[in-house]
Ligand binder design. Structure first.
Ligand code: NZQ
Ligand code: ZN
Length: 390
């Protein structure tokens, strides 16, 4: 087991009816003037925004609405949000929505507190030294941004992440009922993304991390089963609750303790949804992850076979463990199809004519390679992964 640090300062308030507590909880954190940041309107339509605003008013807090975060959020809106914060003398930012609204809010928080353009942090690798107090009201179980140390933003066709402990919200309100209205497609995207945050940590060269691996396998099995139920019955509270808690645990660091990981497939996916903003993050992962597994599995057959047996119900073929590993990847792909997710590049609207441009984005035109646990991922190998996903 490698050495590790894990600091999870986010207070989680989980369950039905928690919206009524938002005002008092924020007040206890020192909030007086709150920026409410959200997406393109689902929270208004569902009535959630009204509930949040009523709770803030009840606690004597004032608020300013600032919506418009798009899926794959953009830096321009972040800059606008910083101006609103300054004009309105905001002292707390509350994101109400999915990963896009939350990530956009995180970057507004850093930019407003530091007076710097947040893209500078991404471009230079410098980290913000302070931020604005931030909370979330989650409406989509997927990214784990409600407790993660990351934020992802797009500038032009560059989609990039910023990792810093300051990205972890002070508080997150998780009511599974707020995800009943999520479409089947976005529910599927969320299931895949949640699985991938754990799998990116799990699919790494074997180290002695049995406890972490078993936590990972338990999470994956729970998501697999709850996912089936939520797709068939969108208002099944227990299934939605499992998916919501899993999305939070899957990307807060728990399922990677003691492991050394690279998040390679996320990097590959971000370059696809950067160039093709209509591609949802979870859909891109659903196509790329199995293809990446086929590409690398020979380098770590034991681990991929363990996953096949413990998560995908395959029987271990001790004479031919590679067959077991391959059967596990096939089973995962079949599961993605079962829940309505794409498994080919064509289904994403990405054609072979696009491959070179995406691979160039990832490799700087063949001059660098993305982080990888299984050997250098050259431009050639990346193109091979796209071909495996055809
Ligand atoms: O914008 P609104 O109107 O809210 O609609 C959204 C959007 O159209 C809708 N939606 C959300 N909650 C809903 C709902 N519709 C009905 N009922 C609800 N309760 O769903 C659509 C997608 O929302 P979005 O926030 O874009 O999805 P998601 O949560 O998957 O976030 C994706 C973004 O997060 C990044 C992704 O790359 C992408 O940019 N990620 C962030 C991470 C992090 N910060 O830790 C890690 C992830 O790996 C990921 O990269
Ligand atoms: Zn993800």
């Amino acid at each position: 087991m490698h050495d590790f640090n894990l600091c999870l300062p986010t207070k989680i308030v989980f369950g039905r009816g928690i919206e009524a507590r938002i005002g008092t909880e924020l007040k206890a954190l020192g909030a007086t003037r709150v920026l409410l940041h959200f997406g393109s309107g689902s929270v208004r339509k569902s009535g959630l925004l009204d509930q949040v605003e009523a709770s803030l008013t009840e606690a004597g807090l004032t608020f300013v609405e600032f919506g418009g975060a798009q899926p794959n959020p953009r830096i321009e809106l972040v800059r606008e949000g910083m101006e609103v914060c300054a004009r309105e003398k905001i002292d707390f930012i509350l994101a109400v929505g999915g990963g896009s609204a939350i990530d956009s809010a995180k970057l507004i928080a850093h930019g407003y507190a530091t007076g710097r353009d947040p893209w500078e942090f991404i471009a230079t690798g410098e980290k913000p030294d302070r931020t604005t107090p931030l909370g979330t009201v989650l409406t989509l179980s997927a990214t784990g941004s409600e407790m993660s140390d990351s934020a992802v933003i797009t500038n032009g066709d560059l989609k990039r992440g910023l990792s810093t402990p300051l990205n972890r919200p002070l508080i997150s309100f998780l009511n599974p009922e707020n995800t009943f209205t999520v479409s089947k497609f976005q529910t599927g995207c969320g299931i895949v993304d949640t699985m991938m945050h754990t799998l990116e940590r799990y699919c790494t060269p074997d180290t002695d991390t049995d406890l972490t691996d078993r936590i990972a396998e338990a999470l994956l099995v729970s998501v697999r089963d709850a996912g089936r139920v939520a797709i068939a019955h969108p208002d099944d509270y227990e299934a939605r609750a499992t998916l919501m808690w899993a999305s939070t645990l899957s990307h807060n660091g728990l399922t990677g303790c003691g492991k050394d990981y690279a998040f390679t497939v996320h990097k590959l996916e971000h370059d696809i949804s950067g160039l093709h903003p209509a591609v949802a993050h979870g859909a891109g992962l659903s196509v790329l992850f199995p293809a990446w597994m086929y590409e690398v599995m020979e380098r770590d057959v034991r681990r991929f076979a363990r996953l096949a047996v413990n998560v995908w119900g395959c029987t271990m073929d001790h004479d031919h463990p590679a067959r077991t590993a391959r059967a596990g990847i096939d089973a995962m792909r079949a599961y993605f199809r079962e829940i309505g997710m794409p498994t080919t590049m064509a289904e994403l609207g990405v054609t072979p004519a696009d491959y070179a441009a995406i691979a160039d984005l990832t490799t700087g035109g063949g001059t660098k390679t993305p982080p990888s646990c299984y050997g250098e991922l050259t431009r050639e190998r990346i193109l091979h992964i796209y071909n495996l996903a055809e």
